[in-house]
Write a protein of this length. Structure first.
Length: 665
């Protein structure tokens, strides 16, 4: 769409953004007024003339997505949402950065209507946008039919110099160019200023050339203060067969007579005197937070949004009449609901794991689970950061995705951080369940994207293999020590470290069922012994921790273990039993899930007033919360040697565990 308000209103529309930004930041005595003031005309061009959205329904599936990657400029987005008619009243603008308001310091997904993703950690927004554009392409490939276009929208992203400097933007934008994601249009707010001042001493490369090298369509030297120039660049971008970077030259703090163009306006209130000067320069003769009726009318996107969504609804009805099964599937997937067949398939496969009793690596058990669950999950979108053959994240239904080649599996290349943030964008778009793999030790590279997934409570599934010193000869650079514990510390992140095929299948089922939060699956390289269970015990796996092996007689001690150390604990139990010391073995594949259980259940598993010894091939610190008398683990870095030699070297043997148990009795 290119219709919109008259050109005569553009200055007033832009100045309304500037006024709201400077007034809200001043009232809060905190925030970033400079970028919103500098990007105001860019916003008028996009939101006033081109963006397809309906403020009355922020969840309309075929809306364009807008991402503010430089999330510190949040008042730009809040002003736009308020002015265009979203459920964000002026009272919320006045409560900018205050407790429990819908206008926090950085945009938060799920809190403010119209915010598509949580941004603030620079560079991640554009990576999320790559994921959204990728999801749009996949959904279009899967659902659009001749004569029936159901999925056809654009992902727009604003980003600043800081986003350009962050390494994740390189990872994600390089991949976007390689894949030819032409429904992705990025605007670079090229104002040359960051917190420390003019960026040229530390950011001097030819950014347009960099993006051209990525395979992007680059529109150079656009006057970001000229609505028509930006609008024409958008039209150019929409006709390209590549992702587009629109290079918008702006002035940070535009309109501020004494601070514009300097870092002084980046992250501090302008001050009462300067705000008065801005009002005079702009001719904005209104009180703080006052917007004239004609400006509201020019910005109001509800009538056009209602019309656009109504037109799409008519197209959907025609699609539904011609393709009823596909229409029902589209609706199911965009709601995030699972196929009614999934639960039966999951239960049957878990039972098969119990009956088959395989001793294999949990990474292989994970691949077997994908093979079983995949056919009933067409929304599965898998991938790996250049480790498919090691992570085993592919299955027979995986179809490699390339530029011009539809698929459901992406080789991300060595881009762990980019992969994780792109997955988050895919999850946010809807219609797909993303999972992606790398080695557990490289979760460090992905850390902030994992945190953002947890903060947003979205269904991203992170597959981490080679989970401990069991990796062996690759040595301490690749051997995870602190990583499982650090993942467990992330609020809303569910972490599973299964001990065999059955627990792996249960963990995958739990991750897939989980609509409101990410999951990390921690998997072994080495084979893990199968553990037999009763049907009741299989049900209890989903509670995160349960009694795997009960003692013969009254237990004198409890052994708690996860993953590869469960087999070790079971063998130690046998050694202790031979000496007349009965013990209980608890498998705790997910401490995060176990900790959510009621007190009665947790006490029935852990018991009171009995010595407890935990064992895990990693950091010991978090295990003490269970009242342990001792913890067997590793609080140093690993060594380079065969896995068997390493387990002996670090004392992770049944004999040593049994000895430790005897010392606490």
């Amino acid at each position: 769409m290119t219709e919109g308000p008259s050109a005569a209103m553009y200055p007033l529309m832009a100045n309304a953004i500037r006024a709201l930004a400077m007034d809200a930041v001043q009232k809060a005595n905190s925030g970033h007024p400079g970028a919103p003031m500098g990007m105001a005309e860019m916003a008028v061009a996009l939101w006033g003339r081109h963006l397809k959205h309906n403020p009355a329904n922020p969840h309309w599936s075929d809306r364009d997505r807008f991402v503010l990657s430089n999330g510190h400029a949040s008042m730009l987005l809040y002003a736009l949402l308020h002015l265009t008619g979203y459920d964000l009243p002026m009272e919320q603008i006045k409560q900018f950065r205050q407790l429990h308001s819908k206008t926090p310091g950085h945009p938060e997904y799920g809190l403010t209507p119209g915010v598509e993703t949580t941004t603030g950690p620079l560079g991640q927004g554009v990576a999320n946008a790559v994921g959204m554009a990728l999801a749009e392409r996949m959904m279009a490939e899967q659902f659009n039919k001749p004569g029936h276009t159901l999925v056809d929208h654009i992902t727009y992203v604003f980003m600043g110099d800081g986003c350009m400097m962050e390494g994740i933007s390189h990872e994600a934008c390089s991949l976007a160019g390689t894949l030819g994601l032409n429904k992705l249009i990025a605007f670079w707010d090229d104002n040359g200023i960051s917190i420390d001042g003019h960026v040229t001493p530390w950011f001097a490369e030819d950014t347009p050339k960099r993006f051209e090298a990525y395979g992007w369509n680059v529109i150079r030297a656009v006057d970001g203060r000229n609505v028509e120039a930006v609008s024409n660049a958008i039209l150019n971008a929409r006709s390209s067969n590549k992702p587009t970077l629109i290079c918008c030259k702006t002035v940070i703090g535009q309109g501020s007579p004494n601070k514009a163009g300097s870092h002084d306006v980046h992250g501090s209130p302008l001050g009462a005197d300067e705000i008065a000067a801005v009002r005079k320069v702009l001719g904005w003769n209104y009180e703080p937070f006052e917007i004239p009726a004609n400006v509201y009318q020019a910005w109001d996107a509800r009538p056009r949004g209602k019309t656009m969504e109504a037109e799409w609804n008519q197209r959907f009805l025609a699609y539904q009449a011609a393709w009823p099964a596909e229409a029902a599937e589209f609706t199911r997937r965009m709601k995030g609901e699972l196929s009614p067949h999934f639960e039966l398939i999951a239960l049957e496969f878990i039972a098969q794991c119990r009956d088959k009793g395989e001793t294999i690596a949990s990474r292989k058990a994970s691949q077997n689970t994908l093979e079983a669950f995949g056919p009933t999950l067409p929304e599965f979108f898998g991938g790996s950061a250049d480790l498919t053959g090691s992570n085993l994240t592919n299955w027979s239904g995986s179809k490699p995705m390339k530029a011009g080649q539809p698929g459901n599996y992406l080789s991300y290349g060595v881009r762990e951080f980019g992969m994780s943030a792109i997955m988050n964008g895919v999850a946010l778009h809807g219609g797909l369940i993303p999972y992606g793999g790398t080695f557990l030790t490289f979760s460090d590279y992905s850390r902030n994207a994992l945190r953002m997934a947890a903060l947003m409570k979205i269904r991203s599934i992170f597959v981490f293999t080679h989970d401990s010193i069991g990796l062996g000869e690759d040595g301490p650079t690749h051997q995870s020590i602190e990583h499982v514990s650090s993942l467990r510390l992330i609020p809303h992140m569910e972490v599973w470290r299964p001990c065999d095929t059955t627990e792996t299948a249960v963990a995958w089922a739990a991750a897939i069922r989980r609509h409101h939060g990410p999951t990390s699956l921690i998997l072994s390289r080495q084979n893990l012994p199968f553990q037999s269970r009763t049907p009741e015990q299989i049900v209890e796996i989903s509670r995160g921790g349960y009694v795997l092996k009960e003692s013969e007689g009254l237990a004198r001690a409890i052994l708690i273990a996860t993953g590869s150390e469960v087999g070790l604990a079971v063998e130690a139990q046998k050694l202790l039993a031979a000496e007349g010391i009965p013990t209980r073995v608890i498998s705790m594949p997910s401490t995060s899930v176990f900790d959510q259980q009621d007190d009665l259940y947790r006490e029935s598993v852990l018991l009171r007033n009995i010595p407890k010894v935990a064992v895990e091939a990693g950091s010991t610190g978090l295990w003490w919360k269970y009242g342990c008398s001792a913890v067997l683990g590793i609080d140093t870095f690993g060594e380079s040697a065969p896995a068997g030699a390493l387990f002996k070297h670090f004392g992770l043997t049944p004999e040593n565990l049994a000895t430790i148990v005897k010392t606490v009795l």
